[in-house]
Design a protein around this ligand. Structure first.
Ligand SMILES: [Zn+2]
Length: 433
C-alpha cells in the first residue's frame, strides 16, 4: 500500500479523533475571536468556545447553508484579508447570486495534499500521465485536479473539456495513464473513440479514471470498467469545500475523508438531528484547516452514509458511501421520493439497456407523470416490434419495483439521447418550468 502522508494516513482511530478535537477547538476559538459572523452566530445559539470539550460537541455549533455565502456575497465572511488570498473560484448558482470562494496559499496546499493522498492511494505517481478533462477556469474541477496531480509528480495534460477527438489523439500520442472528468464525459469519450476506430483497451495506456462532479452508481462503474478496461474511482468535493478533494482508495469502497482536513457528520435533512455512522442522511462538513473560508457544519445537501470502520486498505479515516443524490435533486413523484441514481442503478443492471437515459417529469392533471427514455445497446436494438415490447415491459416492471411508483418507459435508438462534456442533465422536470 502506498501512502503520500504516512504519518497522518496511518493514524489509528483514537489518535484521529484526538487530532480532530484539537483542530476543532482551535478553529472555534479563532473564529469566535476574529470573525463577527461566527461570533454572532455562536452567540445566537448560546454556545461559547469553552463549551467545546470533546469532539461530539461539534453538534452544539450552528449550521451553515449555501444561502450564508450568497447573503454575504462576495467575501463578507472570509476570515483572511484580501492580501492573503492567492485565488478565487466562483460557482454559478442555478438560482440567484453566484458563490465566491477565496483561498490562501495554505488553503491551496491543503487542497492539493488531499488530492495527492487520494491519487497515491490508487497507485498513481511519478511516471503517470494524467489527462485533466474537467473544465478549467472559475469552476474548481480543472485547477483542483491539476495541482493535486502535479503534487505527486505525475505529468499533467490539461485538456479541459471539449474537442473530444483531439483529446483521444493526445491520449494515445502522449501515453495517458489516467483521466479525470465527469462519468458522463468519459462515456462520451468512449463512444467518440469507437467512432474513430480507437479501442481504448488496446490502443491506449489508460488504466484509471478519476470520476466525479455528478452522482454516479457502482453499476455504472462496472459498465465503464468492463467497457474501457480501466479502474474507475470516485472523487468527491464541491466548490465550498475547495473543490474536488476526496477520492476512493484502491479498495473502491467510498471516498476517504481525510480527518485532519475535514470533520464530516451526517444529519437528518429535515430536522438537522445528528445521525450515526451507517445511517443515511445529509453530509455536513467542517473544514478544520481552511483559512479564508472555513465552513463550520456546512450542510452540503448531498445524501450519503458515513462508514467509520477501518478500511481494507488499512486507513482509519472515515469513508463516505456513494452520493445518492442532492437534497434538491430528489424528485417527488406522486408523494414518493425518487433519486435519479436509483433509476441509473436499476437500468444499468439490465443487459439490454445502453449507457444513456433521460428522465422527463410532468404534471398531467393532478398527477405527476414520469417518463424514462432509455437507449438500448446496439445488439438489442432490433426491428422486431414484439422484442422491443417485451424489453420495454421488463424495464417498466423493474423500475416500478425499485421505485414503488409507476414509470413509463420509451426505448430509443443507441446514440439518440444528448451527450455531455461536463455535468450531465439527465432530468427534465417540466413541472418547474
Ligand atoms: Zn481505503
Amino acid at each position: 500500500m502506498q501512502y503520500w502522508d504516512p504519518r497522518i494516513e496511518d493514524l489509528p482511530k483514537e489518535a484521529i479523533q484526538r487530532m480532530q478535537y484539537k483542530l476543532l477547538k482551535n478553529l472555534v476559538c479563532r473564529l469566535y475571536s476574529f470573525s463577527s459572523f461566527y461570533h454572532d452566530r455562536m452567540k445566537e445559539q448560546h454556545v461559547h468556545p469553552d463549551d467545546i470539550r470533546e469532539l461530539s460537541d461539534v453538534q452544539k455549533l450552528p449550521f451553515m447553508f449555501k444561502r450564508d455565502l450568497r447573503d454575504n456575497y462576495p467575501n463578507k465572511i472570509f476570515t483572511a484579508s484580501e492580501e492573503e488570498l492567492v485565488r478565487y473560484h466562483v460557482s454559478s448558482g442555478t438560482t440567484g447570486k453566484p458563490t465566491v470562494v477565496g483561498y490562501t496559499q495554505n488553503d491551496i496546499n491543503t487542497w492539493s495534499t488531499s488530492i495527492a493522498r487520494g491519487l497515491t492511494s490508487i497507485g498513481l505517481g511519478r511516471g503517470d500521465v494524467i489527462q485533466v478533462s474537467y473544465g478549467y477556469g472559475l469552476f474548481t474541477g480543472g485547477l483542483g485536479m491539476h495541482y493535486g496531480a502535479e503534487r505527486i509528480g505525475a505529468t499533467v495534460l490539461p485538456t479541459s473539456v471539449g474537442n473530444t477527438e483531439r483529446q483521444i489523439e493526445l491520449m494515445q500520442d502522449l501515453g495517458v495513464t489516467a483521466i479525470a472528468c465527469t462519468p458522463s464525459y468519459l462515456l462520451h469519450i468512449g463512444e467518440v473513440a469507437e467512432k474513430m476506430g480507437v479501442d481504448i483497451k488496446k490502443d491506449t495506456k489508460l488504466r484509471a479514471g478519476i470520476l466525479g462532479a455528478e452522482p454516479w452508481t457502482d453499476k455504472m462503474r462496472n459498465r465503464i470498467e468492463n467497457w474501457l478496461g480501466i479502474k474507475a474511482y470516485d472523487i468527491y468535493g464541491t466548490s465550498e469545500l475547495s473543490g474536488p478533494m476526496f477520492t476512493d482508495c484502491s479498495e473502491q469502497t467510498g471516498a476517504h475523508i481525510w480527518a485532519d482536513i475535514a470533520l464530516m457528520e451526517i444529519v437528518d435533512p429535515k430536522t438537522g438531528e445528528s445521525l450515526e455512522p451507517g445511517e443515511k442522511g445529509e453530509l455536513t462538513i467542517t473544514m478544520l484547516q481552511k483559512e479564508a473560508l472555513p465552513m463550520v457544519r456546512y450542510r452540503i445537501g448531498d445524501i450519503s452514509i458515513i462508514d467509520d470502520e477501518v478500511c481494507a486498505c488499512g486507513r482509519a479515516h472515515p469513508r463516505i458511501k456513494r452520493i445518492q443524490g442532492r437534497v434538491d435533486d430528489m424528485l417527488i413523484i406522486r408523494g414518493i421520493n425518487v433519486f435519479p441514481s436509483q433509476i441509473e442503478h436499476t437500468l444499468m443492471s439490465i443487459p439490454q439497456v445502453g449507457r444513456h437515459f433521460q428522465i422527463v417529469v410532468e404534471r398531467k392533471g393532478a398527477l405527476d407523470d414520469m417518463l424514462v427514455r432509455v437507449e438500448l445497446t446496439k445488439e438489442s436494438f432490433s426491428d422486431k416490434i414484439s422484442d422491443l415490447m417485451q424489453i420495454r415491459q421488463s424495464v417498466e416492471h423493474r423500475l416500478r419495483n425499485a421505485l414503488n411508483v409507476a414509470v413509463d418507459v420509451e426505448l430509443v435508438e443507441p446514440g439518440s439521447l444528448p451527450r455531455f462534456e461536463g455535468k450531465s442533465k439527465k432530468v427534465i422536470d417540466k413541472r418547474s418550468l
